[in-house]
Design a protein around this ligand. Structure first.
Ligand code: 5GP
Length: 184
């Protein structure tokens, strides 16, 4: 396991993003929509760093057949609990890889008439992008490696790590292949 982004660097960047979100929303109460389950640590830290009133909700999207490969066919398995018509919505994602999941979420939400729709992603794995999706707040760009930690898992492990680390092909082979039945 190779540490790619240290905990202190993540904290510093999340603080910057939180301040920017606040200054970009001088009026209204933005709604942060976390994409379960990888978003949880990013979401919690981000909330603590947005110094204006805001609300939260969560969705769950299934997109992977195997834990380290994208099937490219997202499906909403848990929808929002509130109406987003006229709201300033910010999707909070752990990582954008091919962009299929984000494109699907943007289309789904735009049909519901929000006043604005933005995206905050902790990690941008840009070399793998297949869909040209806009990301308003990016934590870090990372290379084409499978990463874990800070909420991201492999076969439900490693989410608790306070840093982001890349698994080697050997480590990926050694782990049991987790079949996705719920959220990514
Ligand atoms: P996309 O639709 O952009 O290909 O995939 C987005 C989802 O794939 C993310 O929300 C995340 O759950 C998962 N994903 C993509 N790359 C990685 C990775 O390197 N590590 C982990 N743990 N999940 C990833």
């Amino acid at each position: 396991m190779e540490v790619l982004i240290a905990s202190e660097d993540i904290q510093r960047r999340v603080c910057e993003i939180g301040k920017r979100i606040a200054s970009d929303h001088p009026v209204g109460i933005p709604l942060l929509v976390g994409v379960l389950r990888g978003c949880v640590i990013f979401m919690a830290d981000l909330m603590k760093n947005i110094p204006i009133p805001h609300e939260i909700d969560f969705i769950s999207v299934s997109s992977y057949e195997l834990s380290s490969q994208s099937s490219g066919k997202p499906r909403l398995v848990k929808d929002l609990g509130c109406d987003i018509k006229g709201r300033d919505v910010i999707i909070v994602e752990d990582i954008v890889d091919t962009g299929h999941t984000l494109e699907f979420m943007r289309q789904t939400f735009l049909e519901r008439g929000p006043r604005s729709l933005k995206v905050a992603a902790l990690l941008d794995k840009r070399p793998r992008r297949l869909r040209p999706v806009p990301i308003d707040y990016v934590g870090f760009e990372i290379p084409d490696r499978f990463v874990v930690g800070y909420g991201l898992d492999y076969a439900e492990r490693f989410r608790h790590l306070p840093y982001v680390a890349a698994l080697s092909p050997e480590e990926l082979d050694a782990e049991p292949a987790a079949r996705t039945v719920g959220a990514t």
